[in-house]
Design a protein around this ligand. Structure first.
Ligand SMILES: [Zn+2]
Length: 97
């Protein structure tokens, strides 16, 4: 049985959308990690789920007023803990703004 080498797969090019988290350098700073950590320490559950009476562990810290719409990046009163699914729903809504 001949062993053919598998054809080399071309990697799909990484698409960097404008306005995605990757394009925001502040997310890569130690300062952000500290702020994010302190928000999650103070409120470890998803705020959006909590409003519906659900207890879901937050997986990220979201800017309530998006930074690209003028929200303050560092102000903890503009930050809320969210789970991934609530964040996805929120982002989808914001895209329509
Ligand atoms: Zn949630």
């Amino acid at each position: 049985m001949p062993n053919f080498p598998s054809p080399k797969r071309t990697n799909p090019r990484k698409i960097q959308r404008k306005g995605s988290k990757d394009s925001e350098p502040r997310y890569h700073t130690t300062n952000w990690r500290a702020v994010r950590q302190s928000v999650l320490m103070a409120e470890p559950l998803c705020r959006s789920c909590a409003e519906l009476g659900e207890v879901v562990l937050a997986q990220m810290v979201d800017h309530i007023e998006p930074v690209r719409l003028g929200g303050n990046f560092w102000d903890t009163s503009n930050l809320q803990p969210l789970c991934n699914s609530c964040h996805a729903v929120k982002s989808a809504k914001e895209r329509g703004r």
